[in-house]
Design a binder for this molecule. Sequence first.
Ligand code: SF4
Length: 218
Amino acid sequence: MKSFFITNPCSYREIGMKYKTDHLNLGAWQTHSVVNGPDERFVLWLQGCPRRCQGCINPEFLAIEPSHEIAVDELAEKILAVSGLEGVTYSGGEPFLQPEPLFKLSTHLHAAGLGIVCFTGYTLEALQAHSDSWIQRLLAQIDLLIDGPFEQEKVASLRWRGSHNQRLHFLTERYSKYSTQPETSATEVELVMTNNGVMASGFWPANFLERLTKIMER
Ligand code: SF4
């Protein structure tokens, strides 16, 4: 695994990672989720993040290396075949490492009427200041951006966020009703059985996974 600690927005291209402009490199995906954004969503965890935040809840997606590569058209087809979805959430890893193929996927999803939520470890301002036109084009496709890295010393139970520094940016009207709703303080976690075991998704308190593992071992 390559070791990076880059805090400014960058893409696979900028850090020298080989990539195909019409493929996405995914760490994982989940066809139905209700804890990763409004309503029922398909969730994509993009592989690779150049940051190393202490307490990151998705360390398995940080390595910047090929994982599950899939053509954008094929992935769009898979997502659109799932019924009952309100939208799709991009998480990671860092979605903005792959702005070009993610922009292309987003155009398919929006054309089909789905909404797009994106988590990023960068701030909105840092992304807006970046010169990469694909980053700007991807930003223009996002309805709700949840920005900022996880900061352990600011840990909090907030709607769709794990620390106080993280912010909700309603970039379109689609989810703006949530901007005036009171904060939730409940921790929301989904456990999904997969061929490789149990996958946890959502936002959980410190030591939750360790406690859960012990309970399951029993
Ligand atoms: S918290 Fe987010 S930005 Fe930080 S290392 Fe994990 S995936 Fe990357």
